[in-house]
Structures are given as C-alpha cells and as structure tokens.
Design a protein around this ligand. Structure first.
Ligand SMILES: [Zn+2]
Length: 292
C-alpha cells in the first residue's frame, strides 16, 4: 500500500547527515508544526534536493508519511534566503532563530503565525546590513516565544499585578525569569529577581509590538540587541528548558564589534552598556527615530 502523501510550504531549520548520501531535514511547516523528513541522495553532487533544501530556504515540498521519518519526494524553492545563510553576520544571528524553533515546535502541533513570523523575519534580515541582524534575531526570538505562549510579563508585576511603569532611563528594573516577568519594588524582597536596565525592558516591549520593517528602521542598536538576547538566553533556559548553543556563539563570535562602534542609533546613550531606549516605544520620547 502506498504511503499517504502531503504537500506543504516549509522553512528549513536544520540539516543532519544520514548514511552515505542522505539528509534529514527539520522543517517548520506552514501550519507551524515541525516535520522531520529524509531527502534521499541529497548529499550527492548535483542532486536536485541539494540546492533546494538549504538552511533557511522556504520550499514547497511533497512528502510521504513514514513510520518515524517522512520522505521528501519533491521540493520547489520559493525563497532561498541565500544571504542569511552565506553572510557570516547574518548566519550567526539566524542560527538562534532556527535553533529555538527546532526546540519549541513539534510534529502535529499547529501554530501558523510562527511560520509567517519566521518567514518575514528571514526575508527582512536578508535585505539588511549584517550589523542589523542581531536586533532582528532578538525581535524574532521574543515574538516566537510570545506566539508559543511564553511571552514575558513586562507591564505588570508578576507577584502582585501592580503596573510596572516605564522606568526612568538609566534605572534598573527587576525581572524574574522563573516567575515570568517584571517584579515591582514592593515584591522584590519575596521574589528572586535580577536587575535589568529599564531601557532593555523598553526595547523588549518595543520589539514585541513592532513589525520587522519597524525593527529594520530602528538601526543596528547592537547594545540593545545583545542586552535583549541575554535576557532571551535566560528566558529560554527557564521556559523551554534548553541552552541555545548558537546564541552562545553569537555572544562570543566578535563579528559585530566593528559595526557596533559606528552604528548605534543614539551615539550619546547607545554605548552605555544596555543600549538606549527605542524611539517611539512609549518611553520618554526624547529620541528621534533613526533614519532607515
Ligand atoms: Zn509586586
């Protein structure tokens, strides 16, 4: 009896070698579920799959259901996202996005907005200079977590529900990853929390609400991007239960150091360690938006 087949648009999250010439691809399907499928012969030179099932590519696939792994029988390239894959600065920032989805998504668990969000993020990132890639990564990680029910509470104290407020620039706010978000000064004695610059929380609120086009126009904001990514590392460890290895690489790779010296949206505040607050993000409104 022939195996049942299905077609889906999908994004390639991971590739693993299998045997001499085959490949196992982990895909984020358009419905947000995870598909793991064998592409037979994909590692042979000039195989039809080898150019179509590259990392971060968007493909239309025809698969047949298997007992443990499905089998890819056709693949048509929709968007190669070549620059995201080949440019070092882009690739280093794209890897945590794919790794988080690899860890968070599951066979049969639908979440269509996750696919749309990721497809948009990769497409937008590919058109930007490499220095913008970490902020796009930070925005995507926060949005993907939120779409998966893991949105941090940033507006009300997780212990008593009191409004968190915007916080003065340069001040620290307190966050408990375990309890799920910000902790007000009154509750800090009872809840274990770490200090996070108020501007980092402001950036997180902004990135959660902004479109990727808005994020692209906000400039590289590398200090802010890395401050948010450090938060994401702890948040993922607590709520997804894993350490994103590619995020650790992003912190240590040193790829963005030159760009950071000349590419902040606000030279006066952006080198202060955590990044200036984003323009127009509900903060004090003292900063003009960076030119796109
Ligand atoms: Zn409280």
């Amino acid at each position: 009896m022939a195996s049942p087949t299905y077609t889906t648009r999908a994004l390639v999250l991971r590739k693993t070698k299998l045997g001499e010439t085959d490949l196992v691809v982990t895909l984020l399907a358009q419905d947000g579920s995870q598909v793991r499928a064998v592409a037979k012969g994909a590692r042979k030179p000039a195989n039809v799959f080898s150019a179509r099932l590259e990392l971060y590519s968007v493909v239309d696939v025809l698969c047949s259901k298997g007992r443990s792994l499905d089998v890819v029988s056709e693949a048509r390239l929709v968007a190669s996202n070549e620059r995201v894959r080949l440019d070092l600065e882009h690739a280093a920032a794209a890897a945590p996005m794919a790794e988080l989805l690899d860890r968070m998504t599951h066979d049969g668990l639908e979440n269509p907005r996750l696919f749309a969000c990721t497809e948009a993020a990769f497409a937008r990132m590919g058109g930007l200079p490499g220095a913008h890639a970490p902020l796009m990564c930070a925005a995507h990680l926060l949005k993907a977590l939120a779409l998966s029910g893991l949105r941090p509470s940033l507006d009300a104290c997780v212990a008593c529900g009191a409004p968190a407020g915007a916080g003065a620039p340069g001040q620290a706010a307190f966050v408990s990853c375990r309890e799920g978000g910000v902790v007000c000064p009154r509750c800090r004695a009872q809840v274990e929390a770490v200090a996070v610059p108020a501007s980092t929380l402001e950036w997180m609120r902004y990135l959660l609400g902004a479109t990727f086009a808005d994020v692209a126009a906000a400039g590289p904001a590398l200090d802010a991007a890395f401050a948010v990514l450090r938060f994401c590392r702890e948040w993922v460890r607590e709520h997804v239960g894993c350490t994103l290895k590619s995020l650790d690489f992003l912190f240590s790779c040193g790829l963005y150091e030159d760009a950071g010296a000349q590419a902040s949206p606000d030279p006066a505040g952006a080198r202060s360690g955590a990044g200036s607050a984003p323009a127009g993000a509900g903060g004090d409104g003292e900063k003009a938006p960076a030119a796109p």
